[in-house]
Design a protein. Structure first.
Lengths: 131, 143
């Protein structure tokens, strides 16, 4: 890119697409990100109100709150939607800013793995309290 | 190897000399319109909220553990550092919430033109400030 400007080899759009092309998963990724965002609108509102309601609560208060089936169900939905939305969003950010192919793939996999692990830990904790 | 996009950056000037085409102004010298600032802030708050899920996980894990483990977590959340983290987390969440709704409205094909996205941008800023203050006033009164 530096030095005296010169024209060397051209690569056609087709050649470029064959080498590094889309996996045709982009629109599904985009759609699921919107769906989880939509689900998170009411879930986040509910969660903020719940946290306010629980400020200063004792351990037993929290256990009683989570033991209600409706709370447990909403909490599980919140956890799944949050971590799914997070890993989709983080993937886009990494793909936009990390240009080294090896680091990019490693970072995307690490973030997705971590999101999955945290989601599982949250789900197990919530079920342990609520069931 | 150059692809078409790179090759198109090279052109001949009026004297027939090969030159690199000039680029548009870089973000550092560009006057940021409100939408540009909110766009990058949406990403930044998204990443911050991602880190904040560690706080949520810790709180849920501690709630599933013994009383003293939960009390330690609650004590941390009520400490100066804990309250600062919670304040930052709530502000980021409320901003991402309102700006996310703005994005969803755009995706529905509404309000995606200059006067509207500037107005909605300022509306998001005002809603975030008001929402964060409201949440903390109510939260501290209940507490």
């Amino acid at each position: 890119m530096s030095g005296t400007p010169h024209i060397d080899m051209l690569r056609s759009p087709l050649g470029r697409a064959r080498g590094l092309g889309s996996a045709r998963l982009g629109s599904h990724h985009w759609w699921v990100q919107r769906l989880t965002a939509l689900a998170l609108v009411p879930l986040t509102l509910w969660f903020i109100f719940s946290v306010i309601h629980l400020s200063g609560a004792s351990h037993q208060d929290v256990i009683d709150w989570l033991s209600a089936p409706l709370t447990l169900g909403l909490m599980l939905a919140l956890i799944v939607a949050t971590f799914h939305h997070l890993q989709l969003g983080a993937q886009v950010v990494i793909e936009d800013y990390v240009h080294d192919e090896r680091f990019k793939i490693a970072a995307v996999l690490a973030v997705k793995g971590l999101c999955l692990l945290l989601a599982l830990v949250c789900i197990v904790s919530v079920l342990k309290i609520g069931l | 190897m150059k692809d078409v996009r790179d090759a198109l950056m090279i052109a001949r000037n009026s004297e027939g000399k090969l030159v690199r085409r000039p680029l548009s102004p870089h973000v550092q010298i560009y006057r940021w319109p409100v939408s540009m600032a909110l766009s990058i802030l949406h990403r930044i708050t998204g990443c911050a909220l991602g880190v904040g899920t560690l706080l949520l996980t810790w709180w849920l894990v501690s709630a599933a553990s013994a009383d003293e483990v939960f009390d330690r977590a609650q004590w941390f959340m009520g400490s100066a550092i804990g309250l600062l983290l919670l304040f930052g987390w709530s502000a980021a969440l409320i901003f991402h919430f309102f700006n996310g709704i703005r994005h969803l409205v755009w995706d529905a094909g509404v309000g995606f033109d200059a006067p509207h996205y500037n107005t909605s941008g300022w509306a998001v800023i005002i809603a975030t400030a008001a929402g964060t203050v409201l949440v903390w006033v109510i939260g501290l009164v209940v507490w």
